[in-house]
Ligand binder design. Structure first.
Ligand code: AMP
Length: 423
């Protein structure tokens, strides 16, 4: 088979790495890819949101399966366009991707199908939103309705902070069109976890549990980022809770979407808040999480290609995935200054030394080649994933790799996975 992977981050490097192990695959392309991916696949100079270009490429090169990494092309309808052209693609339709693209769409679905989540109301009027916040009090959560690159969510600790957030979103237009509506939500306390399932729109195939670290500094301090590290399995998701999540959250979500006439096929990410042994939905994403994809795919033993093909063609019969027993911990190495401004182009040292370590794998995210050297080229630059018999061993392994690698102003968290040890 010839496979095209769309995207350029650590998630896509992990996907390409996993797909490359399948005996079904003869050639992998990645658009646009990165220098790490280029070691395993032919990189194609097409942007991830260039739907016309990607469609023409897939047609011209007789691609058997296209795998979409990021959300942007999904919300632009890449899956619909490919299917209309008779091409096989892994990823939800534009209508189904609204689960991620519109907070009010996903909150309304959860309300209709009794899926546990925070109480909420949607407003398109600033004064009504402000009045509601005053009646509810703080802490309270303010969200821009549309896609805001993970930055449109303000967890306000005071009423004043919440009112300022509404003004930022609705009056100052901090998130453009994404902020014409706001969702005001009950604050949920607890521990977060990420839950992924493969689905063909009817059948569900859950993945192992995982946990992300969204804040930029140790002890979950500082601003939110795309994710500074992740590990799998997440002990907060016990076996009983895992079953419960499938029954009370995933099953009604997938059935509800089908019943509403927009079946969801692809990988569904459910962000959860767990308290007192019960899970509630924080958000849905229409794609693999990054960095969670990195430790998850390193732990996955089953061939991923038949699973993605079955999801894409509505024939998902497999009910279980096989996993390596070892735990995996991924530490993200970022450019100094991220998630705000940072300087690009510093040469990265130590990649060869890290590559020699057993049970360690380095996925590239924001890297580029410059004058024959790999340099930092994005906010999140590398994902260093270590495997170990215990989470503690996997943490030690990941940091053994991290310590071999350096560039000017590099930043990474020193406490990835510690939450799992504290249980
Ligand atoms: P979202 O983009 O909806 O995932 O929100 C980003 C982050 O904000 C989440 O990962 C949570 O840490 C936090 N968050 C969102 N909604 C809530 C909520 N209702 N209660 C507490 N924290 C929340």
């Amino acid at each position: 088979m010839k496979i095209l992977v769309v995207g350029a981050g650590g998630r896509e490097h992990a996907l390409v790495w996993k797909i490359a192990q399948s005996p079904l695959v003869e050639k992998i392309y990645c658009a646009p890819g990165n220098p790490g991916i280029a070691q395993l696949a032919e990189c194609v100079a097409l942007k991830a949101d260039d739907v016309d270009g990607l469609l023409a490429f897939a047609r011209d090169n007789a691609i058997d399966l296209t795998v979409v990494g990021p959300e942007a092309p999904l919300t632009l309808g890449i899956a619909d366009r490919f299917r209309a052209a008779g091409l096989t693609i892994f990823g939800p339709s534009q209508a189904a991707a609204r689960l991620e693209g519109s907070k009010s769409f996903s909150k309304d679905l959860m309300a209709r199908y009794d899926i546990p989540t925070a109480a909420y109301r949607t407003f398109d009027d600033r004064d009504e939103a402000a009045a509601y916040i005053r009646t509810q009090g703080a802490p309270i959560v303010v969200k821009a309705d549309g896609l805001a690159a993970g930055k449109g969510v303000i967890v306000a600790l005071t009423v004043e902070e919440a009112l300022a957030a509404v003004d930022d979103i609705m009056v100052a237009g901090a998130f453009g069109a994404a902020g014409s509506q706001v969702v005001i939500e009950e604050f949920m306390a607890g521990e977060e976890a990420s839950f992924f399932v493969f689905t063909d729109g009817k059948n569900i195939l859950p993945l192992a549990s995982s946990q992300d670290h969204k804040r930029v500094y140790d002890n979950d301090e500082g601003p939110n980022t795309g994710g500074m590290g992740a590990y799998s399995p997440a002990p907060v998701v016990t076996e009983a809770l895992h079953r419960d999540i499938v029954e009370t959250i995933v099953r009604p979500t997938i059935d509800g979407m089908a019943q509403d006439g927009c079946p969801y096929a692809g990988i569904l990410y459910v962000g959860l808040m767990i308290a007192d042994g019960k899970a509630r939905v924080v958000e849905y994403n229409a794609r693999f999480g990054d960095p969670e994809a990195q430790p998850l795919l390193v732990r996955l033993k089953s061939d991923i290609v038949p699973v993605m093909l079955a999801c894409a063609t509505g024939e998902l019969a497999q009910t279980e995935l096989a996993w390596h027993d070892k735990a995996a911990v991924c530490v993200v190495m970022a450019s100094g200054g991220y998630p705000a401004d940072y300087v690009k182009g510093y040469p990265i040292q130590g990649l060869d030394a890290a590559a020699k370590i057993d049970d360690l794998i380095v996925f590239h995210a924001g890297t580029a080649n410059k004058d024959g050297q790999v340099v930092n080229h994005g906010g999140r630059v590398l994902g260093v994933t270590g495997l170990g018999v215990t989470v503690a061993e996997a943490i030690a392994k990941a940091y053994e790799g991290v310590e071999k690698i350096s560039w000017q102003d590099v930043h990474y968290r020193k406490d990835i996975g510690r939450k799992a040890l504290n249980r």
